[in-house]
Design a binder for this molecule. Structure first.
Ligand SMILES: [Zn+2]
Length: 327
């Protein structure tokens, strides 16, 4: 949201407070050893949907009569705090589904513990049934795109996550949808954006989209080229997100987007970010057309006027350069 135009309303004060918490969360990612002090905070967005902020990617909850659906799970060592916050909001309603927007550790680290705290709805299940994978309990389903499952199988660095953390329910193609808590939940694959497995999770009744890292607003885009990310796909995803969003009065509020990192956003925020990414891409292209090398483009600082809000653009510029040179 553009805070200047909303300043003063109670909602804005809540959101500004949350933005401060988000900043703390981002600091937590950088100093991974210091996550002990991170407090998980929650914000009711609208309808069934809540936003949880701690360390790592933002978590989205749908809470209602069918139980709890969790989009992304932060780091493993945040799980107890995430589960405690879910219990505070949802009481003892069962955690039925986890959706992973992509495979990065700051979004899937809590899969195992949070799934284990949940319960599937499957015909024939009963209390105490032994789960074939875990040997005990009856964990929640973990839903993801099949490309995300591939990244669990072939991690680029570090160890492969425990088998219990892997997605149990994957799909290929453009979308998967189901009804949960009285509204359609639509998983929309965004090919080759932040990675090649990115999902938008669109809660169609509550009018909220959880975007994973295919939209962030606390930094420049992180294009994970090694896992299939690209500048072209990232811009396509931002345009797809804008297509899903409808603003309310004076272009404020209406549909909300919960970004992978950063603060709750309405359409005007996403528009501003999409324009920034487009402008920087065009400047990099213009410098390429002048015959500049990658290092020369970085030195020319084509994102200089956006470094204030979004930080160091070097990785973004290098990956944009590589993507444009290759196309
Ligand atoms: Zn990520």
């Amino acid at each position: 949201m553009r805070t200047g135009t909303l300043a003063g309303s109670p909602a804005t004060r809540r959101l500004l407070a949350l933005a401060a918490v988000v900043a703390l969360g981002a600091a937590g990612v950088m100093a991974q050893q210091n996550r002990d002090a991170v407090v998980v905070q929650s914000l009711h967005v609208q309808g069934n949907i809540w936003m949880l902020v701690g360390a790592g990617g933002n978590v989205t909850l749908s809470v209602g009569k069918d139980g709890v659906l969790v989009v992304d799970t932060q780091f493993a060592d945040m799980s107890d705090r995430i589960i405690a916050e879910i219990r505070k909001i949802a009481g003892d309603r069962p955690i039925r589904y986890i959706v992973n927007t992509h495979a990065h550790g700051d979004h899937v680290g809590g899969n195992q513990a949070i799934a284990a705290a949940g319960a599937q709805i499957v015909a024939g299940n009963f209390a105490g049934q032994i789960n074939f994978r875990t040997g005990g309990g009856n964990p929640a389903f973990i839903v993801a795109h099949e490309n995300t499952l591939r990244h669990f199988e072939q991690p680029l660095q570090g160890e492969s996550p425990a088998f219990e953390a892997w997605p149990t329910d994957v799909f290929f193609g453009r979308q998967k949808d189901f009804y949960f808590n009285g509204e359609p939940v639509v998983l929309l694959h965004q090919p080759n954006a932040h990675t090649d497995g990115d999902l938008f999770v669109h809660f169609r009744g509550s009018d909220v989209v959880a975007t994973g890292d295919a939209y962030v607003n606390s930094s420049f885009p992180n294009l994970d080229v090694a896992r299939g990310g690209s500048i072209q796909g990232y811009l396509a995803a931002l345009n797809n997100l804008l297509d899903l969003m409808v603003p309310l009065d004076k272009q404020e509020a209406g549909t909300y987007a919960i970004p992978g990192h950063g603060r709750l956003a309405d359409e005007a925020d996403v528009l501003e970010f999409r324009d920034m990414v487009t402008i920087v891409r065009d400047r990099v292209q213009a410098l390429i057309d002048q015959g500049m090398t990658e290092d020369q483009v970085v030195a020319a600082r084509p994102a200089r006027d956006y470094e204030g809000p979004y930080g160091n653009p070097e990785n973004f510029i290098r990956r944009t350069y590589a993507g444009l040179k290759g196309s």
